[in-house]
Design a protein around this ligand. Structure first.
Ligand SMILES: Cc1ncc(C[n+]2csc(CCOP(=O)(O)OP(=O)(O)O)c2C)c(N)n1
Length: 561
């Protein structure tokens, strides 16, 4: 292998891993890598973002959409600090991601040199940390080894983020190291005895319920899941922010198990005698604050299937733990023959009835967010990718949108389990840049949107198309206002927002834009946005009293008085 700068070798290693797009903000600490991107510009592109938080969110979206690590490059101290939110989001979402951080040169090390940080300290790794692995490459000849390890680590077991630290002088060192082959994640199959136990427990149940989610699903495994729950007549809920794992239009789908859960579904889960959790890590939002499933020992029997050994038994002392990757778990479950008589016959229809009833909106004047979401679903192409950040506005998507299920079009939901505001704009832009053939719709709150709104420039600069960002402007950090009205009625503090003219702002960034103040105005505005080649922002004015899809601030105050 001919000698070249280690910075160039790193870009070659990424190309060998099948990466054609990286996100980042440049820094003088990794100029040799940027030069490598120039060298190989016909095979890989570096998308220069406006803030590292946005770049890291974009890489998270890339990881979610591809199932392989999303790639983010940032400079030392300030850049890495900005990127932390994306790393944390990828950790809580179990998204494969690799964050490359430029670092001071080796001969400056440990002096608190310009922008120097100890990234092993900063990012973990730890069980509550921000990264699965943090490594610093000091030997240019071993760079390919570190890249290969990072890809395996990010994808295997419970997927997650890995940080690789790149000292400046290492990147400018010539190396003739060979690039290692593309990393494919190792899969684990359920042990036959565990599978037999699962069948015994399921067959003995009277009222079982399935919760699916987490990373590592493939179209084939989702199809196998569908066959399994059909054969066993099992109702299925999707874990928080993994609502696209199972087709929401399927008759076995019972709803999303997360914030703002359908009360009837919550009751169904409490009443179940067996919960079969396939893939989710059963976090706080999916378990209703560890109350639907009491931690550490739930009332219901629990079978927990997860790819990461470290995740099994971490919160719940389950009755049966099965370590398997989702690509293998679902086909294995699909091989289990159901009993001839199903004790819970009719449960699917009852659960589906509750789900359908929950999708019937109560009319709200003058702007009905439920109608907005139903209109989006009616008009948008079936393979549309839906994106949201964090805030009460996202509840309308969870309740009213029917995600197709990733067996049809891969992932159609990009949303942060971590509840990171600002996720939506950059994640949507990444989706649009990576999948120009698909429509991308981002629903954002006014608070959420402006955390990363400057990335609109990235969308324009890199020619994003079929991208629609809808800003729900209620002039407040509405979620916080809701909590304030509950806990400290009438004492509004720190939650009011001053907003710019969102339409003018979007136009300034080269987007098209429209303002909508009544429900009727939304459909034509959205239809025009779908027809636009350029990205389009739709600014929705919403009365701040309309707090969630279920309640108003007035009702919360009344309940308090
Ligand atoms: C990065 C970040 N900062 C703060 C919060 C706390 N937080 C959760 S929701 C919320 C308000 C969201 O406001 P907005 O986007 O306007 O949506 P709304 O709740 O009004 O629908 C805040 C501040 C958070 N989740 N993430």
């Amino acid at each position: 292998m001919a000698s070249r700068l280690a910075g160039h070798a790193l870009v070659e290693a990424l190309i060998a891993q099948g990466i054609d797009t990286c996100f980042g903000v440049p820094g003088e600490s990794y100029l040799a890598v940027l030069d490598g991107f120039h060298e190989h510009r016909d095979r890989i592109r570096f998308v220069a973002c406006r803030q590292e938080g946005g770049a890291a969110f974009m890489a998270d979206a890339q990881g979610k959409l591809s199932g392989r690590p999303g790639i983010c490059f940032v400079t030392r101290g300030p850049g890495a600090s900005n990127a932390a939110i994306g790393l944390h989001t990828a950790f809580q979402d179990s998204t494969p991601l690799i964050l490359f951080v430029g670092q001071v040169a080796g001969d400056q090390r440990d002096r608190e040199a310009f922008q120097e940080i100890d990234y092993r300290q900063m990012f973990g790794p730890g069980t509550l940390g921000m990264a699965k692995r943090v490594e610093e490459v000091t030997d240019a000849d071993r760079l390919p080894e570190y890249v290969s390890r990072a890809f395996h680590t990010a994808m295997q077991g419970r997927p997650g983020p890995v940080v690789i630290v790149l000292p400046e002088d290492m990147l400018t060192t010539p190396t003739s190291a060979s690039i290692l082959p593309r990393a494919e994640p190792a899969h684990s199959w359920p042990a036959p005895s565990a599978l037999a136990d699962a069948r015994t427990m399921l067959a003995a149940a009277t009222n079982p319920f399935v919760i699916v989610g987490g990373s590592g699903w493939t179209a084939e495994s989702c199809l196998a899941l569908e066959r399994f729950v059909e054969a066993w007549q099992l109702p299925v809920g999707c874990a928080f922010r993994f609502q696209d794992t199972f087709d929401n239009r399927h008759e076995n789908y019972a709803g999303d198990v997360g914030i703002g859960i359908n009360p009837a579904l919550a009751q169904r889960i409490r009443d179940a005698d067996l919960i079969l959790a396939i893939g989710p890590r059963l976090g706080e939002m999916t378990t209703g604050g560890y109350s639907l499933l009491a931690a550490p020992r739930p009332e219901q029997k629990l079978i927990h299937v997860h790819a990461g050994a470290e995740e099994l038994g971490r919160v719940y002392a389950a009755d049966l733990l099965i370590q398997a990757s989702m690509a293998c778990a679902a086909p294995a479950l699909d091989s289990l023959a159901p009993p001839t008589k199903i004790a819970w016959a009719g449960a699917v229809e009852r659960a589906r009835g509750d789900y359908e009833a929950n999708r019937v909106p109560t009319t709200v004047e003058p702007m009905d967010m439920a109608e907005v979401v139903l209109t989006i679903e009616r008009l948008a192409p079936p393979e549309t990718i839906y994106v949201n950040g964090a805030g009460n506005f996202s509840g309308w998507l969870h309740r009213f949108l029917r995600y197709p299920g990733l067996r049809h079009f891969g992932r159609t939901q990009l949303a942060p389990t971590s509840g990171a505001m600002g996720y939506g704009v950059p994640a949507a832009i990444a989706a649009a840049l990576l999948h120009p053939e698909r429509t991308v719709v981002n629903l954002a709150g006014d608070g959420d949107f402006l955390m990363t709104g400057q990335e609109l420039a990235t969308a324009t600069g890199y020619g994003a198309q079929r991208l629609i960002s809808i800003v729900v402007d209620n002039g407040t950090y509405g979620t916080i206002r809701m909590h304030q009205e509950r806990e400290y009625p009438g004492r509004v503090s720190g939650s009011d927002l001053f907003n710019p003219d969102f339409v003018a702002l979007a136009i300034a960034y080269g987007w098209k834009a429209a303002r909508v103040e009544t429900t009727d105005e939304f459909e034509p505005a959205f239809a025009r946005a779908l027809a636009n080649a350029t990205p389009t922002l739709i600014h929705i004015k919403l009365d701040p009293d309309v707090s969630t899809s279920r309640t108003t601030l007035t009702a919360i105050r009344a309940a308090n008085s």
